[in-house]
Design a protein around this ligand. Structure first.
Ligand code: ZN
Ligand code: ZN
Length: 96
């Protein structure tokens, strides 16, 4: 990982969970979720295709809460990971 990538991840995590923010709870400590584009071998996500999610919204929450418990249910409720990614990058630009 390059220094710039590390810096970017720190800034993304520093935003707090993007879902909690949209629910009205800013600054919820977040971990990094890597977006996946396409399917199949060779499609590796890079460190810029990331969004901040708290442990509950990332993997600990149940179906309909955690992204990794069910992507479709998560996206129906909170927006697609692509939409959240656009929002995150807008916030980073404002903060820059
Ligand atoms: Zn959250
Ligand atoms: Zn993830």
């Amino acid at each position: 990982m390059t220094k710039a990538e590390k810096n970017h991840l720190n800034r993304v995590a520093g935003l707090g969970c993007i879902v909690c923010l949209n629910l009205g709870y800013p600054n919820c400590p977040a971990e990094i979720h890597h977006l996946r584009y396409g399917v199949g071998a060779g499609q590796r996500s890079n460190h810029y295709n990331v969004i901040p999610l708290c442990p509950d919204h990332h993997r600990n929450g149940g179906h309909g809460v955690a992204f990794h418990a069910g992507k479709l249910a998560f996206e129906a409720k909170f927006g697609t990971e692509r939409e959240l990614w656009f929002q995150v990058n807008g916030l980073l630009k404002e903060a820059a």
